[in-house]
Design a protein around this ligand. Structure first.
Ligand code: HPA
Length: 288
């Protein structure tokens, strides 16, 4: 591969072509018995859902060609294929972030694999800072739109075959799935705010001035993930839903920030998020 033209992933030495997608796919196809309808990415605090999968087949990252070695950047992640609420789901526990030094190719690989395995719906969850007093720690926020402040698109580079070169992002998060999420939240008595998620590169948390900026440009939540996966999913024509678990008030709106606080709130409020996600998955239209 010369870096131009064929646009294929997983061949040659060009900077775009470092992820061995076909090899990874053949390993997954050998392990996964059923086409997943849904690809579910677990954010901080939701890890327990991975153990709630029925008939789950676990594929540790170490067994998937191209995935980072376990231990690198704190990863001991896994993909789990199984059933949640009776629906075939592929789940990612331990997502890849750009701030960990992973390449854009690595960050987006799980979505590409899920799409190639036949998933039509992607459910992205994340931990985020809340911008505004109406979003205290523990709140859940339905992502209606996003701001990509990572200043890079996962799609930059040579065009890829079978993929929209200039994806329309006027409705990045599927309106029907958002309606479903609101209905399920209402029926479960789970308050669900809504708003725009701003994705930053991290890993430092924002400064108070940055949070004031984010508030002025219309963000209600800020985090370090989700946008790369959502963008690739849209380019592949998948339906996307994203939900943020607000783990802290964004910088300058409360106390100081710590990763431990983020994880602790995730652990406590994650159970509510898990109930909501299960409810949504169980009520997705058949054949999603
Ligand atoms: N900022 C960015 N990412 C985050 C935050 C935050 O306040 N909380 C959890 N992830």
């Amino acid at each position: 591969m010369t870096g131009e033209g064929d646009g294929e992933l997983g061949r040659g030495n060009g900077p775009r072509c470092v992820f061995p997608l076909e090899e990874a796919l053949s390993v997954l196809r050998g392990r996964i018995r059923e086409r997943p309808e849904v690809f579910l990415v677990l954010g901080s605090g939701l890890g327990a859902l991975a153990d709630e999968m029925a008939e789950g087949v676990e594929i540790p990252y170490g067994e998937i060609p191209g995935f980072p070695e376990p231990g690198v950047a704190g990863h001991s992640g896994r993909l789990v294929a199984g059933r949640l609420e009776g629906r075939p789901v592929l789940l990612q526990a331990g997502r890849f972030h750009l701030y960990q030094g992973h390449s854009s190719e690595t960050v987006q690989a799980p979505v590409r694999l899920a799409a190639a395995l036949g998933a039509g719906t992607v459910v992205l969850t994340n931990a985020a800072g809340g911008i505004g007093p109406h979003l205290p720690p523990g709140s859940l926020l339905l992502v209606e739109d996003h701001l990509n402040l990572m200043f890079r698109s996962p799609l930059a580079g040579p065009p890829r075959e079978g993929e929209e070169r200039f994806p329309d992002m006027s409705a990045p998060y599927h309106p029907g799935l958002q309606d479903l999420a609101r209905e399920v939240a209402l029926s479960l008595g789970i308050p669900l705010a809504r708003g725009t998620y701003a994705a930053v590169l991290g890993p430092s948390y924002e400064t108070p001035a940055e949070v004031r900026f984010l508030a002025r440009v219309g963000a209600q939540a800020v985090g370090m993930s989700t946008v790369p996966e959502a963008t690739v999913a849209r380019a592949l024509g998948l339906r996307v839903l994203a939900i943020s678990l607000i783990t802290n008030l964004a910088a300058g709106l409360g106390g100081t920030l710590s990763h431990e606080e983020v994880l602790e709130v995730g652990r406590v409020a994650g159970a509510r998020m898990a109930r909501l996600v299960r409810g949504i998955v169980g009520r997705l239209p058949r054949g999603s």
